[in-house]
Ligand binder design. Structure first.
Ligand code: TXA
Ligand code: MG
Length: 319
């Protein structure tokens, strides 16, 4: 596939103003960004990703003040969380303002908003001024990109350009907190943990979607998945299968030589940062099966655990 062209912040903003789609670095993962107020540009994002129309997009903002432009009846809890964690890897689901396109929200009465911390995302958002709809820059169901070359590998020249922001610091997608119901709810875990949210709010936060709440594609059981079948195993079971024919390993505790696979850092933040690049690399090595060492059952690992479980559920499907 032809590589996507590199570009400057100025090029990126000009392309967005023309209604085009660009690869945008954020601190979590790379996004496929388009003008959230331009129906044709938003349609291009859905077409490129192969994403079903009822899966809503996150609108990225360059300024906290824009909360009231994109959402209505903004509750105090939203302002508290935005003041504490924005810019940063936190997405808030709020009642939508009238101006928000149906295509962005999937026709729902809520909108997901986030202010990313990456300096290039900030520079683009500030120069652009408006909101940018930006799903992760991967085809629907596939592994999210954490490096510019991953965006190129997914979309090549189908995107106008990719802004090179280097490897993403966080490595897994933002935590999504639904503030449109009676209690705050985590719809997708991330680097900002439940305990951190509860500490900021001085109140408890629920986990998982309430019955009848909107669908979150990142919450489908099969998501973030490599093409090679992937299995999660604890350390002892993994050691026993080290010499199975055609397997590659992804570990964090167990030391392995490069021929057997990859080892990630044993802390949650370091592991998250390297996870998607590691899965992408292992996926290219022609293994019959990827064996992943289970990560600790600890709140700090909730985001990573969630992505690994979905990767295991969705792996091995031909895409
Ligand atoms: O870290 C991130 O959030 C990255 C970077 C690029 O910002 N973006 C990202 O976007 O992960 P995406 O489209 O891959 O995932 C957005 C998730 C989807 O699972 C979607 O269903 C959910 O946000 N979502 C969007 N709007 C929603 C809404 N109104 N209610 C509930 N969930 C919503
Ligand atoms: Mg995604």
């Amino acid at each position: 596939m032809a590589a996507a062209a590199p570009c400057t912040v100025e090029d990126a903003v000009a392309a967005l103003r023309r209604g085009e789609v660009i690869g945008l670095p954020t601190e979590t993962v790379y996004g496929l960004a388009a003008d959230a107020s331009d129906p044709a540009a938003v349609a291009r994002v859905f077409a490129l990703k192969g994403r079903p129309a009822d899966h809503p997009l996150i609108v990225h903002l360059g300024d906290v003040a824009l909360l009231d432009v994109w959402a209505r009846d903004v509750p105090a809890v939203a302002r508290t969380l935005a003041a504490r964690f924005w810019p940063g890897p936190l997405t808030l689901v709020l009642p939508r303002a009238a101006r928000v396109l149906d295509a962005v929200t999937g026709g729902q009465d809520t909108v997901a908003l986030r202010m990313p911390a990456h300096p290039l995302a900030q520079a683009v958002l500030q120069a652009f001024g408006g909101g940018l709809a930006a799903p992760s820059a991967n085809r629907f169901g596939h592994i999210s990109p954490t490096r510019p070359e991953h965006v190129s590998a997914e979309f090549g020249a189908a995107v106008t350009c990719v802004l090179d922001g280097g490897p993403c610091a966080v490595g897994i997608e933002s935590v999504i907190v639904d503030l449109s119901g009676a209690v705050p709810r985590i719809l997708r875990p991330g680097a900002i943990t439940r305990a951190m949210l509860e500490a900021a709010l001085g109140a408890s936060v629920a986990e998982g979607a309430a019955d009848g709440s909107p669908r979150v594609s990142g919450a489908l059981p099969a998501h973030y998945a490599p093409r090679t079948p992937l299995e999660l195993l604890d350390g002892a079971a993994l050691r026993a299968r080290l010499h199975d024919p055609g397997v590659l390993l992804l570990t964090h505790g167990i030391e392995i030589s490069a021929a057997f696979g990859l080892r990630l850092p044993a802390d949650a933040a370091g592991y998250a940062q390297g996870l998607y690049a590691a899965l992408r690399e292992l996926d290219t090595r022609g293994a019959r099966r990827l064996l992943v060492e289970r990560v600790p059952d600890d709140p700090a690992w909730a985001g990573v655990r969630d992505r690994l479980q979905r990767a295991a559920a969705g792996s091995g499907q031909v895409r």
